[in-house]
Ligand binder design. Structure first.
Ligand code: SF4
Length: 90
């Protein structure tokens, strides 16, 4: 507890980038229909790859990993998630 989260840069190397093709389509609009996040104004709603990247960099998980009542607290920490698992809620 009380740890200061550090953003962890994720570097995509050339061989990884080469596996992505122009045919890949962002599914933002269809993803957004299922996004359970209640944080207002976030531009990452529906852009799951950016959402996961953003939260993992702060030792957190996205909103959709939490039950509604916990999601609303905006505590998305690994510790909160682990506590939910340990208590059997997840
Ligand atoms: S979980 Fe975080 S990054 Fe994802 S949509 Fe909600 S506020 Fe934005």
């Amino acid at each position: 507890m009380g740890r200061i989260a550090a953003r962890v840069p994720i570097v995509i190397d050339a061989s990884t980038a080469a596996r992505y093709t122009p045919a890949m389509q962002c599914k933002k609009s269809s993803n957004a229909r299922f996004c359970s996040c209640t944080y207002p104004g976030c531009e990452k709603h529906g852009i799951c790859c950016e959402c996961v990247h953003y939260h993992l960099g702060m030792r957190q998980l996205p909103a959709c990993c939490f039950p509604k009542d916990v999601e609303r607290t905006y505590d998305r920490s690994f510790e909160r998630f682990a506590g939910l698992v340990a208590s059997g809620r997840i």
